[in-house]
Design a protein around this ligand. Structure first.
Ligand SMILES: [Zn+2]
Length: 246
């Protein structure tokens, strides 16, 4: 159920530019750490081969990528997982390493449920402001904490605050990471009310959108309350759900 989304490295000239570009081109914006020359669009879903196992579900052609940041959180992550399960939706969780250390069982549960677990630094650091050593520590310690729970190493790195610079890109590349941002910001972290979160997602979504929400880092009760309506609406509009791998 995974898809490898690719990169738009040259566009990553700061958050404002990223979001501007994403609004203009209306496509998946994944900052490109490894191979900037690759195309921006996700790979098309593989055609189902004749000999495909009967249990293999093809990737949806009309889809969104749900992403949840800043967890895992003891209160909100289980609620998000329950709702995703109810709607049979898979998502990508960009986790903060120190939260993985606090609640390793949640990281394990996310992975076991078929979601993608990726790297969001150790303590939500702004990667633009770090020394080379500190950058490496932020990323590698989080890798290690996640790997201890899921048995594999995240390839995607979401920079906190969407903070990207040439140096951040270069350092991410050196560590084998793809920088991944988003195209639709639910702005759930501003706590605008459940209806506002739903509307912001539903009105801005299109196939290939990468939607930013949060399961940790604060009171996420509005996100939890908005999620069933978001999933119900997207499913009614024919969207499927893909996860990110890098
Ligand atoms: Zn974050």
């Amino acid at each position: 159920m995974d898809v490898r989304l690719t990169r738009a490295g040259n566009r990553m000239i700061g958050l404002a530019m990223m979001m501007l570009v994403s609004a203009v081109i209306g496509t998946v914006v994944v900052a490109a750490a490894k191979s900037p020359a690759k195309p921006v669009t996700p790979e098309p879903p593989a055609a189902a081969p004749a000999a495909a196992a009967p249990t293999k579900t093809p990737l949806p052609t009309k889809y969104v990528v749900l992403t949840f940041d800043d967890g895992p959180d003891i209160e909100y992550t289980p609620k998000v997982l329950d709702i995703l399960a109810k709607y049979d939706a898979k998502a990508t969780f960009f986790e903060v390493g120190q939260n993985v250390q606090k609640h390793p069982e949640l990281t394990k549960r996310i992975h076991a449920a078929g979601h993608s677990v990726e790297n969001h630094t150790w303590n939500h650091a702004d990667l633009r402001k770090l020394s080379a050593t500190a950058f490496r520590q932020q990323v590698m310690s989080t890798d290690q904490a996640i790997r201890a729970q899921i048995g594999s190493t995240p390839g995607c790195l979401r920079p906190p605050y969407g903070g990207v610079s040439a140096t951040v890109r270069q350092r991410a590349t050196a560590l084998g990471k793809d920088l991944v941002v988003w195209t639709v910001d639910s702005r759930d972290w501003t706590k605008p009310g459940t209806a506002a979160i739903v509307q912001r997602v539903v009105k801005n979504v299109h196939s290939g959108s990468v939607i930013l929400m949060h399961d940790g880092g604060g009171n996420r009760s509005q996100t939890v309350a908005a999620l069933p309506t978001i999933l119900k609406t997207l499913k009614a509009q024919g969207y499927g759900f893909r996860t990110l791998t890098c």
